[in-house]
Design a protein around this ligand. Structure first.
Ligand code: AVI
Length: 322
């Protein structure tokens, strides 16, 4: 396992130095980059979200993969799997099983910002797939895509599952597609899973679940900032807010200050004033249309060759070839 997010990597200095926190909290309205959700606790909470009855995304994508993983492996043939935001790598196992049946060497490169979950999932995979070679990167997508070394097998597939694309703004999404294209050689593959537009009731329940796990996940970002930047956020004085913005087709997530308060982040030399009711914008989760997504991918040179969905058309999976 290689650590790209370290103080010795000049490309990662902005991340380790918290410049993005200073910028986001310095703006009006205040915002924070969603990668701060994923310290080890945050990654555990996200795993819990994936199992919630209201959070249909994971089980719907899993079912699509179970149905079509063999078809995907048939189309691509043996290839190295690179997974961006691998988390617990549960869905990866469905792909690994399909590729294992091609009886060729298995190479897997998981990439995640959370070292804890990357190490434990890699260890579990090595036990269950004795011939698997794993090269993990503790990294953001951007850093990892910029430094991908040549594939260990003749071809490679970059997998971006779970609708993490939805957490990128439209501009960041364009940049991301360009980075994916640049990281792939002609003929290589990109597998993208993304959430589709549906009724606001279903979407809002998925992001404000009855057990409060999503609320805890959102609030955990403040705990993360407290330990990382010597902060004194009183987490009990903030509240989780999530709603669907129908015109922009996106869930918007905020942390609302319950009273007027001052918060310090000592290692960033920051003192922040919050008015009662003021929000910090922590995440968007965009919801897409299957046909428009394929057009966008095509326009970015990531040619879609096949698309799959579920019976309710709640989630989409597209295989592209550059
Ligand atoms: C990781 N990402 C795809 C999740 C989503 O659905 O946008 C993050 C999440 N935020 C709240 N619940 C889940």
């Amino acid at each position: 396992i290689e650590h790209l997010i370290s103080p010795s990597n000049p490309l990662a200095t902005e991340l380790t130095a918290g410049k993005d926190v200073v910028d986001g909290l310095g703006q009006a309205p205040k915002s924070l980059p969603p990668h701060y959700f994923y310290d080890d606790r945050g990654s555990q909470l996200f795993e819990q979200i994936c199992g919630l009855p209201e959070y249909y995304l994971t089980r719907t994508e899993t079912a699509i993969l179970q149905q079509y993983a063999a078809a995907i492996a048939q189309i691509t043939g043996p290839c190295e799997l690179v997974e961006l935001g691998s988390g617990s790598a549960v869905k990866t196992r469905i792909l690994l099983d399909a590729y294992a049946s091609l009886e060729q060497p298995l190479h897997y490169m998981p990439i995640d910002v959370s070292a804890g979950i990357l190490e434990s999932s890699a260890r579990d995979l090595l036990v269950d797939y004795p011939t698997l070679q794993v090269h993990g990167l503790v990294s953001t997508y951007e850093l990892a895509l910029a430094k991908l070394e040549p594939a260990q097998l003749p071809t490679r597939m970059i997998c971006f599952l779970g609708s993490s694309l939805g957490n990128l703004t439209p501009v960041a999404c364009e940049v991301f597609f360009a980075q994916v294209k640049a990281a792939l050689k002609p003929g290589e593959y990109f597998l993208l899973g993304f959430d589709l537009q549906k009724s606001p009731d279903i979407l809002e329940a998925a992001y404000d679940d009855s057990r409060g796990v999503t609320a805890e996940f959102n609030l955990n970002m403040l705990h993360h900032l407290n330990w990382r930047f010597q902060g004194d956020f009183d987490v009990s004085q903030f509240q989780h807010v999530a709603f669907y913005n129908e015109s922009l087709h996106q869930i918007e997530i905020y942390l609302k200050s319950l009273r007027s308060q001052t918060v310090h982040l000592r290692s960033l030399n920051l003192a922040l004033e919050f008015a009662a009711g003021e929000t910090i914008h922590t995440e968007i989760s965009r919801k897409f249309n299957l046909a428009s997504m394929q057009q966008d991918l095509q326009a970015k040179g990531l040619n879609p060759i096949q698309a799959w969905t579920d019976a309710k058309q709640w989630f989409g999976l597209v295989l592209c070839q550059v």
